[in-house]
Write a protein that binds this ligand. Structure first.
Ligand SMILES: Nc1ncnc2c1ncn2[C@@H]1O[C@H](COP(=O)(O)OP(=O)(O)OP(=O)(O)O)[C@@H](O)[C@H]1O
Ligand SMILES: [Mg+2]
Length: 254
């Protein structure tokens, strides 16, 4: 069943790569829901399956089994064409490496989603986003002439432009210095608080995750635990507890 208050819901979601003895189970029968109008952080050790989860629920990769809903619409089982249309029109994605088009100006990069979707630009909303990301004086620049933080703000503006049902961000601050990182997380926070966006963001940084409404901790392809209204200290403690449990389970510690 789909859940009307959920922006995204995955049910019994699994993803495995390879065959036979080379088979690796990356997502192991996961149930997870991301609420509408919230900023959710996804955390967990390297290779836990965080990027795979985001790619599967954003329709960039096909799960091995399970179901995914975007609002009331089931994504699993759709043909490739319908899925790419939904991905283009209703899902935003922010990558660690920005993925801007180097030969297009900032303005052209930001407005590209309208062109790809064949939609008329919503100029009022575009203006609000440009002001929110603080790039009004950089609109005619090429991405190569921007700092990392500025580039990620362009990528964020681009992801917000079509008011997607959800924006996924995979370690959006990982390549940035603390100042750039703070700018980008505050921008994502603003997009949720002021533009009523739903954001799901993977991060390794407790300070970044503390700006979320909820943190989902991921481990070995499963949801291990979660935290509401997190603080950086609370996140740090939970990470330590999970690491301790991992060492005990692996027999490599106490
Ligand atoms: N295309 C693929 N083919 C085979 N294995 C893959 C593929 N993509 C990912 N994996 C494996 O899946 C596991 C989870 O990878 P994933 O990138 O989802 O982890 P992650 O939690 O995002 O890690 P990190 O924090 O390092 O980004 C890893 O063991 C990885 O090697
Ligand atoms: Mg990853």
């Amino acid at each position: 069943m789909s859940d009307k208050s959920a922006a995204v819901k995955a049910s019994r979601l699994s993803k495995a790569y390879g065959e036979g003895s080379g088979r690796t189970v990356v997502l192991d029968n996961i149930d997870v829901t991301f609420e509408r109008g919230e900023l959710t952080a996804v955390m967990g050790p390297p290779a836990a399956g965080k990027s795979t989860l985001l790619h599967c629920i954003a329709g960039l990769e096909k799960p091995t089994s399970g179901r995914i809903w975007l609002g009331g619409d089931k994504l699993t089982g759709l043909d490739d064409e319908s899925l790419s249309r939904i991905r283009r029109d209703r899902i935003g994605f922010i990558f660690q490496s920005y993925n801007l088009l180097p030969t297009l100006t900032v303005a052209e990069n930001i407005m590209l989603p309208f062109e790809l979707a064949g939609r008329h630009p919503d100029q009022d909303f575009a203006d609000r986003v440009v002001d929110a990301v603080g790039l009004r004086d950089k609109l005619m620049r090429l991405p190569g002439k921007l700092s990392g933080g500025q580039r990620q703000r362009v990528a964020t503006a681009r992801a917000l432009m079509l008011k997607p049902d959800v924006v996924f961000a995979d370690e959006p601050t990982a390549a940035l210095d603390p100042h750039g990182s703070a700018d980008v997380i505050e921008l994502l926070r603003h997009s949720v608080d002021e533009l009523h966006q739903t954001v799901v963001m993977v991060t390794h940084d407790p300070v970044v995750a503390a700006r979320a409404d909820r943190v989902v901790f991921f481990e070995s392809g499963q949801v291990a635990t979660e935290l509401r209204s997190p603080t950086a200290e609370g996140i740090g403690e939970r990470m330590k507890a999970l690491a301790r449990r991992r060492r005990m389970r692996d027999g490599s510690g106490w």
